[in-house]
Design a protein around this ligand. Structure first.
Ligand code: HEM
Ligand code: HEM
Length: 457
């Protein structure tokens, strides 16, 4: 029966189920974000519902955006372009679909455990050991499928998107097990400062060695194709790849500049955070020169439009990130909403918007029909763009207010009423994003299953 369902999905079955997964969890994850934002506006409003109070809806939101929305969204595109770039079939669509089904089971399990209060209490590593093991096995299945596809390829040259995809899944599989201390099932943690160092080595690698390379892989695939332009420079693409790997692996301790970790480790993290300008600008110069003079084509393709916007947000996230890693700056920006603003620029405005672009780019290609509604996709684009921009500016301003108040020795009870309005604005911006997520879900479900459009083949 399972095999029949997989056959009914037709070609690119794995990419299709990743697409659906990403769209569904985007809606659920942002709903939890809105609930968390609601608690910050009115903490007493739903004070008695323990399953969703702030301490539980926050990690549910964060884990779902990371592992439910963005990662599957970027993998959907990867499972489409990997076989195409290698001029072969995916090694096993069955294995691919089974992986995604189990991945969804893992996400449901994760939500239930977090809602019941079973958290290991380490940011981005809250999930209990059983879920960690499921994630490790699922990453192994993804690696196996992708690498066997690479092995059976007919195209000898490995385009840079393949390099990024393979590096992302391998490094994350290893980093996830290390960061979650899977050899200590009870606590999932070491003791004291070494634990903090290991956690943030893993924590920043989730952004730097999972979302970033997957996102760059999608941009390197979508933008040259949508503009029908050859890549500006293959040498730059390799320089960007290797410098990203060398530099990004050392930045984790910039999360711990206010903590008594060894100074040499802080220095390395600061120097490499600033050196991130190399992989970032190498990528941006390469991709922006590729689409130079072709912005009309970018605008005409809704997938490319999302992805190109993602590259602009990548610039902002990284520029801001290098700046925030300077100790003098962090004395103001640490421990407040500035960092949450940066997180939404990086994880959502860059990686999430790129993932949405990848989905819209591949949808007509995997269903062989036009998108159900270009209008709805455009509307979603503006809703999420306005929502995340307002949210990021708002959180940055609150962060500056909080940081300066703390430096000036202000008491918390005087600052809280001052920032309440900003929390209301953040929740309102969230409404735009949630609306965009549900519109996108509708559009994607219609495109995948109930599309009256004429087949293009
Ligand atoms: C040049 C590249 C980047 C640098 C140097 C950088 C730097 C930083 C620093 C210093 C912090 C910690 C701030 C603090 O706690 O005071 C931080 C936090 C964070 N960054 Fe970045 N960032 C970069 C790019 C990105 C990107 C591309 C993403 C997303 C894909 C991202 C996601 C995050 C997130 C989610 C946090 C919040 C972590 C937490 O929960 O505390 N960053 N970043
Ligand atoms: C409806 C839209 C959204 C709302 C209302 C929202 C709200 C929130 C709230 C209230 C927090 C907790 C902040 C705190 O502890 O002070 C948070 C954290 C976070 N959210 Fe969202 N969010 C939304 C969308 C998204 C999306 C789409 C993404 C990524 C694709 C995302 C990624 C994150 C991350 C990475 C954090 C952790 C930040 C940190 O610890 O520094 N959010 N969000």
């Amino acid at each position: 029966m399972v095999m029949n369902v997989i056959e009914d999905l037709g070609s690119y079955a794995t990419a299709k189920v990743y697409t659906l997964t990403s769209a569904i969890w985007f809606a659920i994850a942002t709903s939890f974000g809105l609930i968390a934002a609601g608690y910050l506006v009115a903490p007493d409003f739903m004070a008695n519902i323990e399953f969703i109070h702030f301490g539980r809806s926050r990690p549910i939101h964060v884990n779902l955006v990371l592992f439910g929305f963005v990662t599957p969204g970027l993998l959907a595109a990867a499972f489409y372009y990997t076989p195409r770039l290698l001029r072969t079939e995916l090694y096993s669509e069955k294995l691919g679909v089974i992986t995604v089904v189990l991945w969804n089971g893992m996400l449901v399990f994760a939500v239930v455990t977090l809602a019941l209060g079973h958290s290991q209490g380490r940011e981005y590593a809250e999930l209990p050991w059983a879920v960690d093991m499921m994630i490790a096995v699922l990453f192994s299945m993804i690696i196996y499928n992708l690498f066997m596809t690479v092995r059976q390829r007919k195209e000898q040259i490995l385009y840079v998107s393949i390099w990024y995809t393979c590096a992302a899944v391998i490094l994350t599989a290893v980093g996830y097990c290390l960061g979650n201390v899977i050899w200590k099932p009870d606590s999932g943690a070491l003791l004291g400062i070494p634990d903090a160092i290991l956690l943030w080595f893993y924590g920043h690698n989730i952004f730097g060695l999972l979302l970033t390379p997957l996102g760059l892989g999608v941009a390197y695939y979508v933008l040259p194709l949508a503009t029908r332009s050859p890549l500006y420079s293959h040498t730059l693409s390799l320089l960007g790849f290797w410098s990203l790997l060398v530099v990004y692996t050392h930045v984790g301790t910039h999360h711990l500049l206010q903590v008594p970790v060894p100074t040499w480790l802080k220095v390395i993290s600061i120097v490499d955070s600033v050196a991130m300008v190399i992989p970032v600008m190498v990528f941006l110069v390469n991709i922006w020169y590729t689409v130079k003079d072709k912005l009309g084509d970018v605008y005409a393709d809704i997938g490319a439009k999302f992805v190109f916007t993602g590259t602009i947000m990548y610039f902002f996230a990284n520029f801001q990130g290098s700046f925030m890693a300077l100790p003098q700056v962090q004395r103001v920006t640490h421990f407040n909403n500035w960092v949450v603003g940066h997180a939404h620029i990086g994880v959502f405005a860059f990686a999430g918007i790129t993932a949405l672009g990848g989905l819209y780019f591949i949808l007509p290609r995997i269903t062989k029909k036009p998108l159900y509604s270009r209008f709805l996709a455009d509307l979603q684009y503006w809703l999420v763009l306005i929502g995340v921009t307002v949210m990021a500016v708002d959180l940055t301003v609150v962060g500056l207010l909080q940081g300066n108040a703390w430096l000036n020795g202000e008491t918390i009870y005087r600052v809280l009423p001052e920032i309440h309005l900003y929390y209301v604005i953040r929740a309102s911006a969230g409404l735009f994003i949630v609306a965009g997520a549900y519109l996108g879900l509708y559009n994607i479900v219609r495109t995948l299953f109930f599309n009256p459009g004429v087949a293009t083949e």
